[in-house]
Design a protein. Structure first.
Length: 214
């Protein structure tokens, strides 16, 4: 299946400035949104501005800052919510997470679908895949679009850092295995959209990330 250049727009949203990414097909105008962590009205307006229709809302993991706006986005767009099943215990405790961080509770319905390792993620003619990369959380996922040289890494890999492993279900040995076994095997030119902060590349992190060596 042929691929075209995706519309890719990333913006920090919500109280913890999670990077939310809109991925859209320029011809069909169909889209996926990754990690709507807040500011639902802003995201919905951007979809209008870009003339995109969201079909799926997918999540790298289920910490509150990555899905605070998921309920409102689903209600407004009718899109399906997807998550790895190993993070459902976190999704189910959204209200407790919000209380712990002093953030207003924004209800979210249960996921419509469980994401699987190496599941195809299709945006019209562009094919990607989900990668299960546990460590930051048990169900952490990254989304790879090889033809675009693009990886959405959530909180697994950051520029010069990695996701913290001291929260619920975190495990340093697992995040190390995930990064070395799944991410550092990718093309070094792959651009990485991180869960917070600046983007990076796989090659840069392989050479300079002191938290997990290649």
């Amino acid at each position: 299946m042929n691929s075209s250049e995706l519309i890719v727009e990333t913006r920090p949203v919500g109280p913890l400035q999670c990077n939310c990414t809109i991925l859209g097909d320029p011809e069909s105008r169909k889209a996926i949104i990754v990690d709507p962590g807040g500011d639902a009205e802003v995201l919905l307006q951007r979809l209008v501005d870009l003339n995109l229709q969201v079909e799926r809302i997918i999540h790298t993991h289920a910490h509150l800052d990555h899905f605070l706006a998921s309920g409102k986005m689903k209600e407004a767009t009718g899109a399906n919510l997807a998550l790895h099943k190993d993070d459902f215990f976190l999704w189910d405790k959204l209200e407790d997470q919000c209380r712990m961080f002093g953030i207003p509770y924004e209800p979210a319905p249960p996921p419509d679908q469980w994401l699987e390792h190496e599941e195809e993620i299709e945006i019209e003619k562009t094919m990607g895949k989900a990668l299960h990369t546990p460590g930051h959380t048990p169900g952490s996922m990254c989304f790879l679009f090889d033809s675009q040289k693009l990886l959405i890494a959530g909180d697994t890999l950051f520029q010069g850092s990695i996701g913290r492993t001291d929260l619920w279900g975190g495990d340093y040995s697992k995040i190390e295995q995930s990064i070395q076994g799944e991410l550092y095997t990718l093309d070094e030119a792959t651009n990485v959209i991180t869960g917070h902060g600046e983007s990076t590349t796989i090659g840069r992190e392989m050479r300079s990330n002191n938290f997990v060596r290649a």
